[in-house]
Design a protein around this ligand. Structure first.
Ligand SMILES: [Zn+2]
Length: 140
C-alpha cells in the first residue's frame, strides 16, 4: 500500500507517539481484510512526534475506545483521495466493556454476565470510576 495516498478509508491522526499499537489492538484492526498501516514517530510540529494509522477501507470507528485511550486523536474520513471530514475524539463520559474493574470484590468480578461500566468522574485528570463499586480505573 502506498501509505501517502488512500482513496477511501480512515486516517487516525495525532496519536500520541507509542500508542499506535495499543489502538490497533483495541480497535481490533487485525480483524480487517483491508490494508492497515501504522506509522510510528512521525514528525509533528504540534506534538514533536506522533503515530498515524491508515485504514484503506471504510471502517466504523469506535470513538469511545479511541477517546478513552487517547483523546488527542483526529479521525479523518478519506473519500476519493480527499479528506471528506475530520472528527475530534474526546474522553467519553461513560465506557462500557472497554476496561475491566480490578476490584476482586466488585460484582463484575463475581457475576460474569454484567457489563463493565465506568463513569468519567474527573475530566481534567481523566479519572474513571466503576459504577458498581466506585473503584478508580487505572489506565493500562
Ligand atoms: Zn467495580
Amino acid at each position: 500500500m502506498n501509505i501517502d495516498s488512500i482513496k477511501n478509508g480512515i486516517v487516525l491522526d495525532h496519536i500520541t507517539a507509542g500508542r499506535g499499537m495499543d489502538i490497533y489492538k483495541s480497535l481490533e484492526l487485525d480483524q480487517l481484510d483491508c490494508s492497515v498501516a501504522i506509522i510510528k514517530n512521525v514528525k509533528s510540529s504540534k506534538m514533536g512526534k506522533k503515530d498515524i494509522i491508515k485504514i484503506s477501507d471504510n471502517f466504523e470507528v469506535n470513538f469511545d475506545v479511541l477517546g478513552y485511550i487517547d483523546p488527542e486523536i483526529t479521525v479523518c474520513v478519506i473519500e476519493n483521495g480527499k479528506v471528506e471530514s475530520k472528527h475530534k475524539v474526546e474522553l467519553p463520559k461513560m465506557i462500557k466493556n472497554i476496561a475491566k474493574c480490578k476490584n476482586p470484590r466488585c460484582i463484575t468480578s463475581v457475576e460474569q454476565e454484567i457489563d463493565h461500566i465506568f463513569k468519567l468522574t474527573d475530566r481534567e485528570n481523566q479519572v474513571y470510576r466503576c459504577i458498581y463499586c466506585e473503584s478508580k480505573l487505572k489506565k493500562n
